[in-house]
Each structure stands twice: as structure tokens, then as C-alpha cells.
Design a binder for this molecule. Structure first.
Ligand code: SF4
Ligand code: SF4
Length: 427
């Protein structure tokens, strides 16, 4: 038995907490979760069913912690999990699960299958069975501070462009402001317009904010690959920066899993509560709308629909806010079937997009989104996650669908009431 395989099996054993034991004891194999998983529905291959993805971990639990499993092991009836099986399961656990949590929503006994897959990834990573793409992204996150290798000078260059375009300063390392904004590498490199959009909105609403040069990265590769120690260290960097800058709020940007990582998992990972609050950018924009600090004018006339990023809507509860905001700026907003908390995943979350080996299966999974779009024929698709945007663009291109993908924050910025208009308004 190799040292890494032994580490992996030990890690599986360490993951066995009450929810894991409850899951394996209570699963009645009804198969409902299969119908909720886009990797299964779009391939029809039983190996992609959620519970099959957990099979090696289930066997470790059975053999180690159940009476009949222990007995079967002792009698040699039940075979131990092998390294070859973990190699086989690597693609199931990393390439064909986006941790979207849709399966968890339908389980009649309340099993959180996405939580289980996260647990399973801990054992897989410990045994050396994580995909190269994710290992590389995680190493870059630790050494450089960003999974895409984005360094501070690259962010500074994007900031200079924004400042030149808008004629104002983008605040960096300003102490004592209310908000600290995080950005995902994808926003910095693929959608830098987002930084300009935020700057315009915050200038309009009079928000005091800053970006930290020490911790601007929002994404957390440690969670995606399944190494809690790394995930905790990445959260600590944000906490340190927010504490040094003495901010009241940290803003999670248009990135699904970044929100889940910093908002929901972060305090548990570091073992203490934050001294600040975390808000998703859509939550903040909707609050500003409600309080009258965000005023828009004019509406998009094209038929718009909204793709709910799984970690923001289903796992994060930010469902109504994007709709409130869209109704402010869209004359023809149409919901896709199964919109909201049961919306289908784009097919590339949970580290799948960082794993080149998964390209074929993620594009197959996108067919589920295509089917949703085919039912409503939108002119454009709006979302609030850069990772979703890239996958949606890829999938649409692959299927020769001419539908632009837009950022909700950027649309809002394009409809801001100009300063002169605002000043001319009656109080
Ligand atoms: S979390 Fe999503 S992708 Fe993963 S098994 Fe469940 S439904 Fe499938
Ligand atoms: S839906 Fe729940 S009970 Fe049914 S097979 Fe899936 S995990 Fe088991």
C-alpha cells in the first residue's frame, strides 16, 4: 500500500462525521438524486449518478463503522477499496460534479450529497487523486495568491485602464472604509469591465470602499480540490486584509463558489467568526436599490433571461435580489423553466472549469442549459458569475447559439441615473 493511498484512506476515515454516517445509513437508493444531476441526465450513464460518485467512501464507512460491514470484512466477503478504484473514481468526483447541490434538494431523507462529495474530495486529494489542472490552480493560489496566476501588477494595470476611462480613482488599500471588494481572477483577466462597472455604481451610490493589494482574490481553490488546510489559509488571507483595513463588510463579487467559500464555509474553516460581514454584490446592489441610493433609468428592450449560479442561488439564497434588479432595467425579462433554487448548473462549477480533462463532459452537461434556453428563446442571457459566463459562452458557441452572455452588475452600471439627473431630482 503506497503512502499516499494510505493517507487517502485515513482521510476518508477522518471525514466520517455525523452527517456522513447519517447519509450512508439513511440512503434508500430511491434514485431521485440521479434525475437531478445534469451529468447523469445528459449522458444517461449510471456511473454519473450522485450516489455512485460516493461509492468508495461508502465502502470505507461500511467496512470501518457498520457492524455488518466489519463482519463482512473479517470474513473476507467485502473487499477493501483499492488505489485502482480511486484512480477510476477521480473523473467522477472531480470532472463530473460541480458541487451544484441540485441532488441534495430532492433527496427525500435530506442527504446533502454535495457536502458528501466535498468530503470525498478530501480523501481523493490526500491519496494523490486530484486532477492536474486543479493541483496547478491550487499551487498558484498558495504561491502567487491567485489560481490563474494573476499578480498585483496585472490588477494594477486593469485599474489604471478603468481610472483613465472614468476619470476617477479606484481605491486600493484605503483604511477605515466600509467595504472591501474581492475579485475573481476571471473578472480581472476575462471581464475587467466588471471593475469599471463597480466603480461607477459605488461612485453613484456614494459607497466608501477599497480593494486590498494583499488579498484581492475571491476564489478558493482549496475548497474545490478538497484540502481544508489550504482553503482555511486562503480565507485567513482575506480576514487578515479586512482586519488591517478595518472594513465593516467584505463584498463577494460575481463568482459563485467564492461566495460559498467566504460567506458560508469561511468561519467554519478558520474556526472563529469574522469581525466583518460578507455580502454578495447582488445583495448589496439590491439593498442600495431599496434604500434609493441606486437609481437607474431606461430599460433594455431585448428579451433577457437569468441563469442562477448554483452557489449564489441554491446554496447561497440570493434568488430574489437579481430579479428585483433585473426588473429595474429589463422591459422583457423572462424566466427560464426551473429558474431559481432548482435552476440547472452551467456545468463548469466546483473546479470543473480548471480541469482541462473535463472539457468534453462539461460541454455535454451544458446541453441541459441549452434545453432550458430553447424553451424561451432569449436575446441575451444574464448571470452573476464569471465562471458561469465563460462556460455559458463556450456552450453557446459549441451549439452555434447566438446569445450574448451579460453581467448583471454591468447592466446595472449601464443604466445608472447620471449625476446631473440625480441632482435635478426633487428630494
Ligand atoms: S452536486 Fe450537482 S453535479 Fe454533483 S452530483 Fe449533485 S447534482 Fe450532480
Ligand atoms: S435521493 Fe437521497 S435517498 Fe434517494 S438515492 Fe439519492 S441520496 Fe439516496
Amino acid at each position: 500500500m503506497s503512502a499516499s493511498f494510505k493517507r487517502g484512506i485515513n482521510s476518508f476515515k477522518e471525514q466520517m462525521d455525523a452527517p456522513v454516517a447519517a447519509f450512508f445509513s439513511s440512503c434508500v437508493r430511491c434514485g431521485l438524486c440521479s434525475q437531478a444531476c445534469l451529468f447523469y441526465t445528459e449522458t444517461g450513464d449510471p456511473k454519473y449518478t450522485p450516489i455512485n460518485k460516493l461509492e468508495p467512501m461508502r465502502r470505507v464507512w461500511q467496512q470501518e463503522y457498520s457492524f455488518w460491514g466489519k463482519l463482512a470484512s473479517a470474513l473476507g466477503i467485502s473487499k477493501p477499496v483499492t488505489d485502482a478504484e480511486l484512480t477510476e473514481w477521480e473523473t467522477l468526483v472531480y470532472d463530473s460534479c460541480t458541487l451544484c447541490g441540485r441532488c441534495s434538494m430532492v433527496c427525500p431523507v435530506g442527504n446533502d450529497i454535495a457536502y458528501m462529495i466535498r468530503k470525498m474530495r478530501e480523501g481523493m486529494a490526500a491519496s494523490g487523486h486530484a486532477p492536474e489542472g486543479l493541483i496547478g490552480a491550487t499551487q498558484r493560489a498558495i504561491t502567487i495568491g491567485s489560481p490563474m496566476g494573476v499578480k498585483l501588477p496585472a490588477l494594477q494595470a486593469q485599474i489604471r485602464h478603468v481610472e483613465k476611462d472614468l476619470g476617477c480613482t479606484v481605491p486600493v488599500d484605503v483604511q477605515g472604509v466600509d467595504y472591501m471588494l474581492l475579485l475573481s481572477s476571471m473578472e480581472i483577466m476575462n471581464f475587467p469591465e466588471f471593475i469599471g462597472a463597480i466603480t461607477r455604481i459605488f461612485r453613484h451610490a456614494g459607497i466608501s470602499w477599497t480593494i486590498s493589494s494583499q488579498a484581492f482574490e475571491a476564489t478558493n481553490s482549496g475548497i474545490q480540490i478538497g484540502v481544508s488546510e489550504i482553503a482555511a489559509e486562503l480565507v485567513e488571507r482575506v480576514v487578515r486584509a479586512a482586519t488591517e483595513l478595518k472594513v465593516k463588510y467584505v463584498i463577494s463579487p460575481e463568482c459563485g463558489h467564492a461566495y460559498m467559500a467566504i460567506r458560508w464555509e469561511g468561519p467554519n474553516l478558520i474556526g472563529r467568526p469574522y469581525d466583518f460581514k460578507v455580502v454578495h454584490i447582488l445583495e448589496l446592489l439590491d439593498e442600495l436599490r431599496t434604500s434609493g441610493r441606486l437609481q437607474t433609468s431606461g430599460k433594455e428592450t431585448q428579451r433577457l433571461t437569468y441563469h442562477d449560479p448554483c452557489q449564489i442561488a441554491r446554496r447561497g439564497g440570493v434568488v430574489q435580489q437579481p430579479r428585483n434588479l433585473l426588473r429595474e432595467v429589463a422591459a422583457d425579462f423572462v424566466e427560464m423553466p426551473e429558474a431559481g433554487i432548482m435552476n440547472w448548473c452551467c456545468g463548469a462549477g466546483g473546479g470543473v472549469s480548471a480541469n482541462e480533462r473535463a472539457d468534453e463532459i462539461r460541454l455535454k452537461a451544458f446541453i441541459r442549459k441549452k434545453k432550458q434556453l430553447d424553451e424561451i428563446n432569449p436575446d441575451a442571457l444574464v448571470s452573476a458569475c464569471s465562471n458561469c459566463r465563460i462556460q455559458l459562452e463556450d456552450g453557446l458557441e459549441e451549439n452555434e447559439m447566438d446569445i450574448p452572455v451579460l453581467s448583471l452588475t454591468e447592466i446595472i452600471a449601464d443604466h445608472l441615473v447620471e449625476k446631473e439627473q440625480k441632482e435635478g431630482q426633487q428630494p
